[in-house]
Design a protein around this ligand. Structure first.
Ligand code: ADP
Length: 545
């Protein structure tokens, strides 16, 4: 029997319509450095219509790609809404990528128009001449009129001021009917190996993912919330927080380019967010700042944190400032949020922190399994270790114009993450497959060592990588950043770890560095450490040698 429920499409256009009418009274607030500017969702809807008219006027039709080169701000949100709703495809460019990667992805996606923040004009100007399919650049933001556009113009592309263009447009748009399975947005993985790979989100996948992010099993959003996405809108769609907020009328508070701890904390005190999302490194910096300069951040009821493992010690330290941090796991390929580490009912004490330290419980719609090297599916018992595979309506089934069958397995996405899944659907990752340290046939988890080291009061950050070893194949090298003025030694740190790890798991090579190198999205960049080691660029202490 077929149901006769209406086949009403799940689209970004639907989110735009609902968010800017039913929730016309919510607002988007953007940091300006010394204050903030705000706009109601009603006005946001009118501006999205103006933008769609402007883009049509520039010749954007069908599923052509519109690139954005922007921080998290009102104008970026306008593009998030207007571009997919007019049937075109939003391509968020990661401003922190290397120039050659940006060139590759803009050409691979065949971007036509790029919207750029005035503050990022110089950065874009360096690569713009290599963007072969781009015809127009729109310069957005309150300072756009006072920025020197000479460099951009010398690229031969037509450069226009976003506000000038919008001011000429009607504030309604005849939004087309869009098939929910059509492309809405695309995002390239940061490409730690090889070329970046494009993931194409459909309207349906973005809609369902946003609903899941808004549910009580994730951020639990309502219009009483003020959501602060610190995670960039160019990194996996700011974890769905923008669309999820529009869907339920939560106001959005956008940090723009003020992402360092000091202005960020000031902005949080002013804008009073209730929910936020960012990678652990950002919160580590915020925490360091709070310890020197106490501030009242108790408006925050929930901080979602992920992108790399979130040490329990970081969560506990923030809890002492009245901030509850919950870990989430996901990847660009999974839209990204796939699991959230709210602990199970009744978990207390050590058991509670075990769950809070996990990568989280699978969201409804997302299936997970653990698979051995030989492809055999392992038990879901929290003990069997293998590669995590996932599937679901917001998990990609392929990459854009790039065959990579090795990443897919019988309809499941191979995540490249190694760990366990327990009977309650909690993921426990021990490593990324490429970072696992194989010593004498046994695996050593770099993540567990890092988390333990970062729990030492004198350690700010620590990254552990495998280095070649004649006898054991690989051994762990710990790169440690110590707190200013601390006098901690390798022997102290080894003793500290020895309380928690077997002797054979302890790093036998150590180096003290000024900062752990980061990738474009703020994760530890372990390949740089491996290179430093390989090229003899760091002083290494090997106490046992
Ligand atoms: P990239 O692969 O370029 O780093 P992504 O942002 O898509 O870009 O990264 C996804 C990866 O980030 C996951 O496969 C996983 O290795 C890591 N990751 C994300 N969240 C967590 C988490 N909570 N704990 C550990 N690793 C995480």
């Amino acid at each position: 029997m077929r149901s006769t429920m209406q086949d009403y499409p799940l689209t970004i256009g639907g989110i735009l319509r609902h968010g800017t009418t039913v929730h016309a009274d919510s607002e988007v607030v953007t940091a300006t450095g010394d204050g903030m500017r705000s706009m109601s969702y009603a006005d946001l809807g009118r501006r999205a219509a103006k933008l769609a008219n402007a883009l049509r006027g520039l010749g954007i039709t069908g599923d052509q790609r519109v690139g954005t080169f922007q921080w998290n701000n009102t104008e970026h949100l306008e593009a998030y809404l207007a571009v997919p709703s007019m049937g075109a495809v939003l391509h968020t460019l990661n401003i922190r990528l290397f120039p050659e990667q940006l060139t590759y992805i803009a050409n691979h996606a065949e971007d036509r128009v790029v919207i750029v923040d005035a503050a990022l004009v110089d950065l874009l100007a360096k690569v713009l001449p290599t963007f072969e399919t781009v015809t127009h650049v729109l310069v957005a933001g309150p300072d756009a009129a006072s920025v020197d556009l000479g460099l951009l113009r010398s690229s031969g592309k037509e450069v226009l001021l976003y506000e000038d263009l919008l001011s000429e447009q009607p504030d309604t748009f005849d939004w087309p009917d869009v098939d929910e399975r059509d492309a809405a947005a695309m995002c390239y993985t940061s490409g730690t190996t090889g070329n970046p790979k494009g993931v194409v989100y459909s309207h349906r996948s973005a809609y369902l993912h946003s609903m899941a992010v808004g549910m009580g099993v994730s951020a639990g959003l309502t219009w009483e919330d003020r959501v602060l996405p610190i995670v960039p809108m160019f990194h996996a769609n700011a974890w769905g927080l923008a669309y999820a907020s529009l869907m339920v009328g939560a106001s959005l508070v956008m940090p723009d380019r003020w992402l360092q701890a000091e202005p960020l904390v000031r902005f949080m005190e002013q804008a009073r967010p209730t929910v936020s999302g960012a990678v652990p490194t950002v919160w580590n910096d915020v925490l360091g700042h709070l310890e020197q300069h106490p501030a009242d951040l108790t408006s925050l009821r929930l901080v979602l944190c992920g992108g790399s493992a979130v040490p329990v010690t970081l969560q506990q330290a923030l809890e002492r400032h009245g901030i509850r941090m919950i870990q989430a796991w996901g990847m660009t390929e999974t839209s990204p949020v796939a699991s959230v580490a709210l602990p199970p009912l009744g978990a207390e004490g050590e058991r509670l922190w075990l769950y809070r330290g996990s990568q989280g419980r699978l969201l409804p719609g997302v299936d997970g399994r653990i698979v051995a090297d030989d492809g055999q599916v392992l038990p879901t018992d929290g003990a069997a270790v293998g590669e995590l595979e996932v599937r679901g309506p917001w998990v990609t089934a392929s990459y854009y114009r790039d065959d990579d069958p090795g990443k897919f397995h019988d309809g499941w996405l191979r995540t490249g993450d190694v760990g366990t899944l327990d009977e309650l659907g909690y993921i426990g990752l021990t490593d990324r497959a490429k970072d696992v340290i194989k010593s004498g046939g046994e695996w050593i988890s770099s993540v567990e060592l890092e988390n333990a080291l970062m729990g030492h009061p004198d350690v700010v950050e620590a990254a552990v990588v495998g280095i070649p070893d004649e006898k054991w194949q690989e051994r762990p090298l710990a790169s440690v950043v110590v707190r200013e003025g601390a006098t901690v030694t390798v022997a102290d740190l080894r003793d500290y770890l020895a309380e928690r790890f077997a002797k054979w798991q302890l790093p036998d090579a150590w180096t003290f560095i000024d900062a752990v190198p980061r990738t474009s999205v703020g994760k530890f960049d372990k390949k740089v450490i491996r290179r430093w080691y390989g090229e003899g660029e760091i002083d290494v202490e090997q106490p046992g040698h």
